[in-house]
Design a binder for this molecule. Structure first.
Ligand SMILES: Nc1[nH]c(=O)nc2c1ncn2[C@H]1C[C@H](O)[C@@H](COP(=O)(O)OP(=O)(O)OP(=O)(O)O)O1
Length: 188
């Protein structure tokens, strides 16, 4: 197999992604938001965004959830880390994924997101980032995970990826380490 040509990553953006789960008469659901503008507009996703100067990643996650869905959480569990690299873009994304189980306040639509509860057997993967269906089963299985995805320039096609289950986070795997070979990540 030939190594695929990749463009280098020279900087990264640290982002958060929060999924809140709830029980509705015994049916487990997850709160997703339809992104109304910006990066990933038109996709259902968890809530999150950039971590600001002076706040921890967890604080950033809590703030974004309140700004985008109107709810406050006192506890979020660290669930996974995802790295994204788009061909031709030197800035990689380091996304910290969190899970929440309880919250205060009323779920509300905001300028950025239209929230809706989805039963776990009706997750709208066809209207989500294409990587989501790959790591989702590990995430809902309550395993800690790390995943790396290399997207084509069109931000739709996944050229290479791998997802691993880890005992604890951050995982030993590092963003940008290893070499992408024909869809499988090969460690250097
Ligand atoms: N491939 C991917 N799969 C996924 O599930 N979530 C992704 C993703 N790539 C990015 N995200 C998430 C991380 C984060 O929660 C969100 C992007 O947040 P941002 O706040 O950066 O977006 P915006 O362009 O709206 O930013 P602002 O310009 O600050 O409003 O999308």
């Amino acid at each position: 197999m030939l190594a695929m040509e990749t463009s280098p990553i020279t900087s990264k953006k640290v982002l958060t992604l929060v999924f809140v789960f709830g029980d509705f008469d015994g049916e487990r659901r997850v709160l997703l938001g339809m992104k109304k503008r910006g990066f990933g507009a038109g996709y259902w996703n968890g809530f999150g965004g950039k971590v600001e100067k002076g706040e921890t990643i967890l604080e950033g996650a809590v703030r974004e959830l309140e700004e985008e869905a109107g709810i406050r959480v006192s506890h979020l569990e660290r669930a996974g880390m995802l790295w994204f690299h788009f061909e031709g873009d030197p800035t990689g994304l380091e996304v910290h994924v969190y899970r929440g189980e309880t919250f205060e306040g009323v779920v509300s639509e905001t300028e950025e997101m239209r929230p809706e509860w989805f039963s776990l057997d009706k997750i709208p993967f066809h209207i989500m980032w294409p990587d989501d269906q790959i790591w989702w089963p590990v995430f809902v299985g309550n395993k800690k995970f790390c995943g790396r995805f290399r997207f084509a320039k069109d931000q739709k096609e996944i050229l290479a990826h791998d997802v691993g289950i880890f005992e604890s986070l951050p995982c030993e795997m590092e963003f940008g380490s290893g070499e992408w070979v024909g869809g499988v990540l090969v460690e250097r």
